[in-house]
Structure formats: structure tokens, C-alpha cells
Write a protein that binds this ligand. Structure first.
Ligand code: PLP
Length: 389
């Protein structure tokens, strides 16, 4: 099997996966791995979950795709389910995280335009943030390593130091139409926004009539222990972007707006051929049924507590872990050399990924079993033992 026909855009591990069940993945040679990457916060129900298999099977027998010139039962059902669980009023469906961010940015620009002020087009974004790879999302991603080869990016954007209230206030004025923030920076290294910072962002958006956008693509859909991440911070944004776990592995994204933002985009302003297709939305409905009605989100805090306590014991015992951070099942452990640590995990059959410059990210499926957590913790302990020997 030649791998040369795939474009070389990822630093891939030397493994070819074939199948997965629950929190376990199997390569073409039958070697088993515990999956604490979950497709980077995507496989919230693990692999081969019967609810997802059933949704795909049943819906594909009915209809897979219909143009957005028509309504379909499944986008209506999924939009209703999302709206029932937040403080917002309308949903736009797309296919990925970056596309959800693009839509949110366009809504903010249009919001500024509707205010009748030509200059009201500035979007504020945070240092160290990550919002995706398309040109708009990249323009509000506060990490030059992702941006530097693709200049010029879109104009009318301004960087604010994350969690710095004074810097936020300094950059705010009546020309700002939107602010985009990850409540927890995922790629940036599992760094929480302070509630004070988010509250100030809310206040400034109200004062200068701008839209507050929370990018919950990585931290939403139950990962923090609530369906929407904003509920953990006590600040309600005007727009939420979601993707990843909404499809549990099936590509889907969305942005959700409140009444203040719902009138921005009108027919002709925005669209997506595949967005909201019945197959993707039927999977989304199945996921929400499991996460919300099936009690999986309720179990996240307990699993988080278990994992963090065990990690703390390992930290005290070996000193390899310098810090444990994160909320729910978005957990970061700070180590000296995360790349080598990640490789050591891989060699022992545990999949983890890095974040920022010194963090190992643990993103187990939200329905992870205790047995799988213990097996992962055993591998982590083995590596720490070796490192501290
Ligand atoms: N926003 C955040 C916070 C993300 O973590 C990601 C992906 O990691 C994205 C946006 C981009 O999502 P996608 O890769 O689906 O385009």
C-alpha cells in the first residue's frame, strides 16, 4: 500500500488504522491502541457506537442529501434540539469547524454594516488562539506559525492579548463589530479564559454594540461537562461555533446565533451545499440523544475528577508532570518534552496529542470506560517511571 499519493500536510505517525471499537483503535496488523485523541475531540461516543451506526444506516436508506432550497426533517430536528439546550434562537449548518468560524465572522461583519456605519468592521481576536485553516479563520488565529506563509490575510482584524482586560478595553471602540474567543484555548495549550475576561468582553460588546463569538468547536458538545462550554463560564455569547463532536466523526459544523444576531445573514448572504444534509443531521440528532438524554454529559465531571486525581498522584510520585489543567475531559498535562512523551505513549499503545509548546492533551471519548482510563493511566505511569529512573 503506497502512502505517496496523499499530500504531505501532516506529520503522521507510522501507523495505518483500520478499525475502532469504543475507546480502542486497531491498526492493520491488529495492534491495539487506547484512543485518548478521539480524532481531536471528535469521537465523543468512541468508535463504532451503535447509535451512530444506526443513524447512518437508517437515514441513508431514506435520503442522504437534499439541496438547501428545501427543508428536510433532520435539519429541523437537529436545530430544534440545539436551540432547546441554549439561550439562542437560530442555527446555520455547515461541514467543519473552520466553515462555522467563517460564517460567524461574516455574521459579525454584516452586523456592523447593518448599523449603518461603514467603518464598523473590525473583528478582535486573541493571542495564541486557533480558529481554523481557511483564510478568514486563519486571519483571526493568533499564532504566526499558522499564518506566516499565507499573507496577506483578511484585513480589519486586530489581536488582543488573551485574558488581558486592559488590552481588550484599549482595542475596543465603536468600529468593532465582533470579538472571537475560545473559552478554553485548545490548540494553544489548554488555557482557560478567565470569567472576568469573558464578562468584560460581554460588557464591551454591549457597550459598543458588537457581537461576542465563542468558538466552542473543541471545547463544546459536552467536553467540559455541559453541552455548551459557555455555561461553565456564566457569560452568554451572541454566536457559538460548533463542529467536531456534533457529528461524533461524521463531518458537520454549525454556528448558532441569538436574537441580536439572527437577522444578519439573509438569503444570498451565505450558504453551503452540503450544510445541514439529512445524513449529517441525523447523526447529530443521535449524538445529542446520547450526550444529553443518555446521561453521558452528566458523567463527564465524575470522569474528569477521577482522571485528574490519578494524574495528581502520578505528579506527586514522579515529578514528570509539572502542571495539570483543563475542565471536564479536555485535560492538559505540562511536561518538559511533550513530543518525546507523546511518542513514548504511542509506542506503548496510547494515543495522545500535544497542545501549545509544553502540553500533552488528553481527550478521551466522553463515554470512556473506567477500565480504559485505568489502562491509559498505567501506560502514563510506565513512561513516568522510565523518565524519572
Ligand atoms: N476552532 C477550534 C477551537 C478548533 O480547535 C479547530 C480545530 O482544531 C477549528 C476551529 C477548526 O476546525 P476544523 O478543523 O473542523 O476546520
Amino acid at each position: 500500500m503506497s502512502k505517496n499519493s496523499l499530500m504531505n500536510t501532516y506529520e503522521r505517525f507510522d501507523v495505518i488504522f483500520e478499525k475502532g471499537i469504543g475507546s480502542r483503535l486497531y491498526d492493520v496488523n491488529g495492534k491495539e491502541y487506547i484512543d485518548f485523541v478521539s480524532g481531536v475531540a471528535v469521537n465523543c461516543l468512541g468508535h463504532s457506537h451503535p447509535a451512530i451506526i444506526n443513524a447512518i444506516t437508517e437515514q441513508s436508506k431514506k435520503v442522504i442529501h437534499i439541496s438547501n432550497y428545501y427543508w428536510n426533517t433532520k435539519h429541523i430536528e437537529l436545530a430544534n434540539k440545539l436551540i432547546e439546550n441554549c439561550d439562542h434562537s437560530k442555527v446555520f449548518f455547515c461541514n467543519s469547524g473552520t466553515e462555522a468560524v467563517e460564517g460567524a465572522l461574516k455574521a459579525a461583519r454584516k452586523y456592523g454594516k447593518l448599523k449603518g456605519k461603514e467603518d464598523k468592521n473590525i473583528i478582535l481576536y486573541m493571542t495564541n488562539s486557533f480558529h481554523g485553516r481557511s483564510m478568514g479563520a486563519l486571519s483571526v488565529t493568533g499564532q504566526s506559525k499558522y499564518q506566516k506563509n499565507f499573507m496577506p490575510l483578511i484585513g480589519g482584524v486586530k489581536e488582543v492579548e488573551f485574558n488581558n482586560i486592559e488590552d481588550l478595553k484599549r482595542n475596543f471602540n465603536e468600529n468593532v463589530c465582533g470579538v472571537i474567543i475560545e473559552p478554553i484555548q485548545g490548540e494553544g495549550g489548554i488555557i482557560e479564559a478567565s470569567s472576568e475576561f469573558l464578562k468584560e468582553a460581554r460588557e464591551q460588546c454591549d457597550k459598543y454594540d458588537a457581537l461576542l463569538i465563542f468558538d466552542e468547536i473543541q471545547c463544546g458538545m459536552g467536553r467540559l461537562g455541559s453541552l455548551f462550554a459557555y455555561k461553565k463560564f456564566g457569560v452568554i455569547p451572541d454566536i457559538i461555533t460548533i463542529a467536531k463532536a456534533l457529528g461524533g466523526g461524521f463531518p458537520i459544523g454549525a454556528f448558532i446565533v441569538n436574537e441580536k444576531a439572527e437577522g444578519t445573514l439573509v438569503p444570498g448572504d451565505h450558504g453551503s451545499t452540503f450544510g445541514g444534509n439529512p445524513l449529517a443531521c441525523s447523526v447529530g440528532c443521535a449524538i445529542l440523544n446520547e450526550l444529553v438524554d443518555g446521561g453521558i454529559i452528566e458523567s463527564v465531571d465524575e470522569k474528569s475528577k477521577y482522571l485528574k486525581e490519578k494524574l495528581l498522584t502520578l505528579q506527586n510520585k514522579y515529578g514528570v508532570i509539572k502542571e495539570i489543567r483543563g475542565i471536564g475531559l479536555l485535560i492538559g498535562i505540562k511536561v518538559d518534552d511533550p513530543k518525546s512523551f507523546m511518542k513514548a505513549c504511542f509506542n506503548k499503545g496510547l494515543l495522545v496529542i500535544t497542545a501549545g509548546k509544553d502540553i500533552i492533551r488528553l481527550l478521551p471519548p466522553l463515554n470512556v470506560e473506567k477500565e480504559d482510563m485505568d489502562a491509559a493511566l498505567n501506560i502514563l505511569e510506565g513512561i513516568m517511571q522510565e523518565l524519572s529512573a
